[in-house]
Design a protein around this ligand. Sequence first.
Ligand code: ATP
Ligand code: MG
Length: 384
Amino acid sequence: MKLDCLFLIKYGEIALKGGNRKFFLNKLKTNIKCQLKNIPNKIIIKWGRIYLYIDSENKEFAEKTLGNVLGIISYSFAYRIPKDINEIKKHALRLAREKEGHNFKIDARRQDKTFPHNSYEIACILGEEILKNIPDLKVNLYYPDWIINIEIREQAYLYSSEKNGPGGLPAGCSGKGLLLLSGGIDSPAAGYLMARRGLSVSSIYFHTYPYTSDKALDKVKTLHETLGNFIPKSALHIIDFTKIQLEIKSQANPDEITLLSRACMMRIASLIAHKNNYSCLITGESLGQVASQTIESLSFTNSQTEFTVIRPLIGMDKEEIITIAKRIGTYEISILPFADCCTIFAPEHPLIRPELKQITESFNKLQLGDMLLKASENAEVLHL
Ligand code: ATP
Ligand code: MG
């Protein structure tokens, strides 16, 4: 274990957390370790930065992984050098020689106030040194092609090419949520957004075999694994939904089928949430997207659970949701053509504005209590 490679990591919102900062930082540290899959590492948290030391042969893997750790706003591969201005000049020049583009900027920060030059002076000294040796370069503070950062702390840290992390809060610091994960584009994006607000997101999928094929289930598993790039340690609960779906189809008014199966999903998800201490439900619904996502329909599905239902996509349009799905790598999986139960059992003319009292009566008339309980008890659970 050489631990000869250093990443300097910046966190955003956690810095504002006052007395709770330690809790958030510890969560972030645990998540970094978990997402690095325990490659040899050492993490030190100090003075507003996280220092991650790893072996240089794992540099590429670490670089890719840090881009997925929620709570990180940026990270850079960094050189640790002695706090000596001549040493710093030498290394800055070496870095500058590797860069492409003419316009550059030096960004200096002096954390250690005993260092004899202040931030402005350090930037001037390094800028001059670079211009003296590579005369066709130009300083451009507003539109630089590249930046060299220098931070004077207990040592000097030099880095350039800072990469963006996803930002937000570390997954798990806001509690545990249960995502209703279908094979579509929306729900994975919804899960990601709530993980980025600190929820540890596990998923539940309602499978209607053989009406939905095992390929549809595999697709959901792959989506769940892809979300796992951002969310350490989450579970996927798989519910056999076929009997319930068929019961609804045989008993209910065709135009109420979709809403009644949604209500069943809410009920079962609530039972699973109780059993596993999840504190809220998350769905990928977006206002007006389909009949089951009007205010009236959402009010009905809400009424079937005592849990808070979080719908982070409620005000987004499809293009915005697709942008998120592409960014997190779920889009390409979601568009694979394996139909979900909602599509197969969808009525031709679904109810758009259900009357709460009436649809609740229809639901109660079905008397599905035992079936819902049984389905929740027989859930299959996969752990990442
Ligand atoms: P998505 O909304 O995920 O793109 P979709 O558009 O096909 O899929 P909708 O009919 O819009 O699904 O369903 C609304 C929400 O209900 C989904 O976002 C998801 O949270 C939940 N949901 C629907 N079907 C299922 C299912 N089979 N298993 C788990 N959750 C489901
Ligand atoms: Mg949808």
